[in-house]
Design a protein around this ligand. Structure first.
Ligand SMILES: Cc1cc2nc3c(=O)[nH]c(=O)nc-3n(C[C@H](O)[C@H](O)[C@H](O)COP(=O)(O)O)c2cc1C
Length: 174
């Protein structure tokens, strides 16, 4: 069974509906470990060695976060800058993540149709996720199709439960 490491990055956990529910559901799977980055690093200083060690034990890395300004919350960016070290994750002899896969699990306020060329956001999510895709590829990992939950504010209780089930099913099949 592949080992999944979820890098959970929500700056305001009490206010979260979607991500908190998805995380709680996923954490019940036997092969899933969750690292709650905002809880681990409340002062924003990421421990590079500790994070690299955690990555080594994973087969699949899952970055889970709400989309903020077409990007990721700041601590996850800080995590990326700190942990994906030159000579470790990429560059000469930087092959420590080689052979692993990387999944992004993202929630958005915008609905699915707003993420299109003619929609409110003018681009697809695939376009907005290019930097993350290239980061994964530069680090010799396999980029997996992202798991998206759209229209966050409109999600009803039954949709939330369905999204949790869909997420667990998705993770089980990886
Ligand atoms: C600072 C901030 C920036 C946001 N930027 C975006 C954005 O660029 N695109 C989008 O679709 N939603 C955006 N949203 C909405 C969030 O993505 C949405 O509230 C979140 O995914 C809901 O998940 P949660 O229930 O786990 O908090 C933003 C929200 C905040 C607070």
């Amino acid at each position: 069974m592949p080992q999944l490491l979820i890098l959970y990055a929500h700056p305001d956990l009490p206010a979260s509906r979607i991500n908190r529910h998805l995380r709680d559901q996923a954490s019940q799977l036997p092969n899933v470990q969750v690292r709650d980055l905002y809880r681990l690093y409340p002062r924003g200083i990421v421990d590079r060695r500790r994070e690299q060690e955690a990555l080594l034990g994973a087969d699949i890395i899952v970055s889970q976060y709400p989309m903020y300004w077409y990007s990721m919350p700041p601590l996850l960016k800080e995590w990326t800058d700190t942990v994906l070290e030159y000579g470790w994750a990429y560059g000469p002899n930087g092959t420590q993540l080689s052979g692993k896969a990387w999944l992004h699990c993202i929630s958005t306020g915008g609905n699915a149709s707003s993420y299109s060329e003619h929609g409110a956001h003018g681009h697809t999510l695939k376009d907005f996720l290019r930097p993350q895709e290239m980061t994964a590829k530069l680090c010799h990992t396999r980029w997996l199709a992202p798991f998206i939950t759209h229209d966050a504010k409109q999600v009803q209780e039954q949709d939330l439960i369905a999204a949790g089930e869909r997420y667990c099913q998705h993770l089980r099949q990886l």
